[in-house]
Design a protein around this ligand. Structure first.
Ligand code: AMP
Length: 215
């Protein structure tokens, strides 16, 4: 099964992708995670990407397309994959189409999570991540039991640089200008299924399964 998750930042793509991994045993490929790992390691690509990420802008197409070209060749992608956060521009979508055509691995579905901006802003500004294990929390909707520490490992919680309010506003306008046109790009190919992303994660997951397993 090969799936693309579309949707604005904070729509829940990562959360749903992780739930789908457990069900289908296929990898989640998040360009955001790959870029954050490169930033943490301080690689030349990471240093270049950080400036864009901290400003809420998109990392240049050639960088993320290069990342995906390498990642899709990994053996774990042969069973399928879930793309989370890629493609984000029409140029990326076209490059992906060419890559997958060459590999004879067409996309089955484009799942689009629909969430209004004001809900996204509240979700993202309250988001906290564990420095040690990556577990995510929300100060209002899913707070850690023990103050500012991770319930799972006791690690320190932090706010991602790009989850600050100003950056989030930039990320949302970048989404509307550059990524939302993909709804049309894939819509014309009749590949998009829209899902209400304001519901609880379990309910959204049920809707996704219904779509993916509908005969
Ligand atoms: P995410 O975790 O998917 O929200 O990504 C965090 C940040 O990484 C984004 O705000 C961008 O700066 C960068 N990024 C992730 N994926 C892409 C992509 N496909 N194209 C360009 N920039 C990306």
């Amino acid at each position: 099964m090969r799936i693309i998750f579309l949707g604005p930042p904070g729509a829940g793509k990562g959360t749903q992708a992780k739930m789908l991994i457990d069900r289908y045993g296929i990898p989640q490929i998040s360009t955001g995670d790959i870029l954050r790992a490169a930033v943490k390691e301080g690689t030349p690509m990471g240093k270049k990407a950080k400036e864009y990420m901290d400003a809420g802008k998109l990392v240049p197409d050639e960088v993320v397309i290069g990342i995906m070209q390498d990642r899709l060749k990994e053996p774990d992608c042969s069973k399928g994959f879930i793309l989370d956060g890629f493609p984000r521009t029409v140029a990326q979508a076209e490059a992906l189409e060419n890559m997958l055509k060459e590999m004879n691995m067409p996309i089955d579905k484009v799942l689009a999570l629909d969430v209004p901006d004001e809900v996204l802003l509240e979700r993202l500004t309250g988001r906290r991540t564990c420095k040690a294990c990556g577990q995510m929390y929300h100060v209002k909707f899913d707070p850690p039991k023990s103050g500012g520490k991770c319930d799972k490992c006791g690690g320190e919680l932090f706010q991602r640089d790009d989850d600050k309010e100003e950056t989030i506003k930039n990320r949302l306008s970048v989404y509307h200008a550059q990524t939302a046109p993909l709804l049309d790009f894939y819509g014309k190919k009749d590949m998009v299924v829209k899902i209400d992303g304001t519901k609880a994660p379990d309910e959204i997951f049920k809707s996704l399964i219904n779509v993916l397993e509908r005969k």
